[in-house]
Design a protein around this ligand. Sequence first.
Ligand SMILES: *[C@@H]1O[C@H](CO)[C@@H](O)[C@H](O)[C@H]1NC(C)=O
Ligand SMILES: *[C@@H]1O[C@H](CO)[C@@H](O)[C@H](O)[C@H]1NC(C)=O
Ligand SMILES: *[C@@H]1O[C@H](CO)[C@@H](O)[C@H](O)[C@H]1NC(C)=O
Ligand SMILES: *[C@@H]1O[C@H](CO)[C@@H](O)[C@H](O)[C@H]1NC(C)=O
Ligand SMILES: *[C@@H]1O[C@H](CO)[C@@H](O)[C@H](O)[C@H]1NC(C)=O
Ligand SMILES: *[C@@H]1O[C@H](CO)[C@@H](O)[C@H](O)[C@H]1NC(C)=O
Ligand SMILES: *[C@@H]1O[C@H](CO)[C@@H](O)[C@H](O)[C@H]1NC(C)=O
Ligand SMILES: *[C@@H]1O[C@H](CO)[C@@H](O)[C@H](O)[C@H]1NC(C)=O
Ligand SMILES: *[C@@H]1O[C@H](CO)[C@@H](O)[C@H](O)[C@H]1NC(C)=O
Length: 429
Amino acid sequence: MPFGLVGSRKLAIFATLCAAQAFAKTCTLKPLGHGKSDVSQIEAAISECGHGGTTVFQPGEYNITRKMHWDLVNSRVDLHGSLNFVFDLPYWMDPASTYRVIFIQSQASWFVISGHDFTLDAHGTGGIVGNGQRWWSWYGNATRLDGDGRPVSLTLSNVTRGTVKDFTVQAPPFWCNAVADSRDVVYDGMKCVAENADETWFGQNIVWNTDGIDTYRSDNITMVNWDITSGDDCLAIKGNSTNIFASNITCRGGTGIAFGSLGQYADLPDYVENVVLEDITLIRPDPQVQPLLEHGVYFKSWTGTRIGFPPTGGGAGGGRVSGVIARNVRVDQVTTPIQLYQTNLGHPGDAPSKLQFINLTFENWTGTAQSSTIVDLECSPAAPCADLTFRDINVTVPSGEAPAYTCVNVASAAGLPSGACTGEGAVKM
Ligand SMILES: *[C@@H]1O[C@H](CO)[C@@H](O)[C@H](O)[C@H]1NC(C)=O
Ligand SMILES: *[C@@H]1O[C@H](CO)[C@@H](O)[C@H](O)[C@H]1NC(C)=O
Ligand SMILES: *[C@@H]1O[C@H](CO)[C@@H](O)[C@H](O)[C@H]1NC(C)=O
Ligand SMILES: *[C@@H]1O[C@H](CO)[C@@H](O)[C@H](O)[C@H]1NC(C)=O
Ligand SMILES: *[C@@H]1O[C@H](CO)[C@@H](O)[C@H](O)[C@H]1NC(C)=O
Ligand SMILES: *[C@@H]1O[C@H](CO)[C@@H](O)[C@H](O)[C@H]1NC(C)=O
Ligand SMILES: *[C@@H]1O[C@H](CO)[C@@H](O)[C@H](O)[C@H]1NC(C)=O
Ligand SMILES: *[C@@H]1O[C@H](CO)[C@@H](O)[C@H](O)[C@H]1NC(C)=O
Ligand SMILES: *[C@@H]1O[C@H](CO)[C@@H](O)[C@H](O)[C@H]1NC(C)=O
């Protein structure tokens, strides 16, 4: 049929034109090898194809010897290989060697992506090699401070409509991911592996600060299909994170899913609104490798007294966390499944925090806890927690008895088991 033939030929030509328009250019890279740095060839490819083009990294390890910033606009990156950030601790700790685009705690980044309407797909084979083991062992008995310059592995800053897919960060020295000043971002498939293999430190947590992600000043961030092995927060929802959706998240070890710390900056209130966490599994690893699995979900604010200044000190910040749902959560030998405290880094005699937690819902929790208290809420007298809902919380405790709930300064809560939170002086309802 001539008509059909012409039609399909037209379609084919049209499709070719569209493809040609959408991906005008393709830049293809392979690792240089021979002890050469790959940064210059990567920068050249991103500058040629990062706006309106496709950049393809063939498999292999790319030698990353200095900080990189990719601005991606209407563009695609296929990262089949790994970006290997060389271990050179004194070099990376020099402030000139990293970017400081994350405002909170002036955190450092060695790799920043900005821009809009892009996809970075690592196809389950690519990502970042952070050489973290040598960082962790170095800091095994050294002091770690917030903002000391240890670099975040993958930072999205000032991104709109960006997607990161099937990406692995092997051995992040510090936070695995950060997303700041961004919106409409999807992370689909993220694996972070901070797992100590140095037997000097077996039985201790030397992978502090290897958070799976910190979200800050960002809106509409989706995280699905994550697998995080960490010695710190699996996810950390920090100030001005709104409309955050996390689903199918496995956390192995660490401190749990955190809201906070909040209220560190006295002059900058933190608002966190509408966060849905669902299908979450928290697994306790071999204690020789990672001794902590502290929480399922926990909430923390600084006190109402400012002592010192960020990045390491601070406090007295206000704000509000509202509209949190944590449902379908399975915990495995977690220390305390649900906890809230407003005395982070506080001192006796500090004024109470004015940051308020309201409308938090916990639904369909199963598994096991190591302590008898499965819900421990220590809200501030200056901003009592309100509108808490518990539904189908079935976490078993070692004694086999009814699990305990603690509530301090909780103004209203529904679904508490009868007799829970009625301890003397504990509840104000
Ligand atoms: C990476 O590049 C630097 C600078 O050229 C070189 O000293 C180093 O040996 C390279 N590393 C690898 C693994 O090729
Ligand atoms: C953020 O990105 C937009 C374009 O996507 C740009 O116009 C703006 O200058 C950037 N802002 C900052 C602070 O870099
Ligand atoms: C750190 O601790 C390890 C193991 O205990 C020890 O071998 C090393 O000398 C210590 N390093 C410093 C700088 O104290
Ligand atoms: C949230 O981000 C996703 C991914 O970019 C987008 O499809 C969706 O429209 C955004 N939602 C809103 C309400 O803007
Ligand atoms: C959940 O995420 C893991 C990767 O962490 C993936 O292998 C698995 O297929 C996902 N499950 C579902 C139901 O999508
Ligand atoms: C959060 O957003 C509010 C405005 O909605 C602003 O006043 C506040 O300073 C922001 N806080 C931070 C930490 O950026
Ligand atoms: C409580 O939070 C949920 C989830 O964000 C939201 O859908 C609901 O409207 C909130 N309820 C009130 C009374 O604000
Ligand atoms: C409860 O959560 C588990 C996962 O932990 C899930 O398999 C189950 O379907 C959930 N039940 C309901 C009623 O949603
Ligand atoms: C709670 O969990 C235990 C162990 O998983 C199970 O035997 C029990 O039936 C569950 N109870 C309810 C009320 O779902």
